[in-house]
Design a protein around this ligand. Sequence first.
Ligand code: F6P
Length: 322
Amino acid sequence: MKRIGILTSGGDAPGMNACIRAAVRAARAQEIEILGIRRGYAGLIRDEIEPLDRKAVANIIHQGGTILGTARSPEFMDSEGRARAIRNLEKSRIEGLILIGGEGTFRGATELSQESGVGVIGVPGTIDNDIYGTDYTIGFDSAVNCALEAIDRIRDTALSHERLFFVEVMGRHTGFIALESGMAGGAEELLIPEIPFSIDKLCEHLERSFRGEKRSAIVVVAESGRPGDSFRIAREVRDRVGFDSRVCVLGHLQRGGSPTARDRVLAGKLGVAAVQALAAGKTGYMVGEINWKTAYTPLRDTWKKGKQLNDELVAMRMLLCE
Ligand code: F6P
């Protein structure tokens, strides 16, 4: 393998830069040329491809976002868009491609690996952690710690005013961020899509808590496809049991900022492993980490087989979130 390309796609995640840096270093160590593709699949379709050298990735390990830029590209989802992308890969003589992203990125990557002769390796980069085939995705730990810091701050004011707060965290279809940040922040209740809940049960729980010693409470809500829905939940709780509350939607704050040490190390490991996989002739896989070991999962499985929350954590939440 003489020349590879790398792109970041979908929602950005802290640690993507650390992964690009690692891939550039690993490629150069094997005398493989590496090109950066700007703005994800959209840039590949528009031929926005440029060489990446060590200088281009100097001093980026601590930076959030992605130096390559990113986008969600509906064009890549149809075969015409992909055909243009493949032509550009051929024109630049790219033999292998590293794609850092989440579920949507890997859906496109699955098609690309079938339709082109280019080697395709995915690296899981999304704050949602909703990718099958890896214990953690790049960016998840940073997002959880960002949410946790916010929950801790909210707790100070909630305690002072003796208030109920709803803190809404990201997670398009899953509750990974809510579960970990909520447990770590000692939330009184977690509302996550994987566990059915009813407003009646939530009200009962809150009434019980406030009849006891509680003077304040924090409910962590996963946005699960309806950003801002926690305002509706807060209204329904007020209408039923009269509790006044405040809502704090953390939103895109969780996507930015410097990656944690854990994310930087994971990003470095997976960036190197992706280059090694391409050099060894592997294609059509995502490289992840399971039980601390590098693991290869067929790209199709990463988005087809749903990733489950950790059962033990889910069971413990009854005890720890009260
Ligand atoms: O997939 C990552 C994520 O941050 C989700 O948690 C969230 O639902 C979505 O992206 C938001 O997407 P956008 O940045 O396009 O609004």
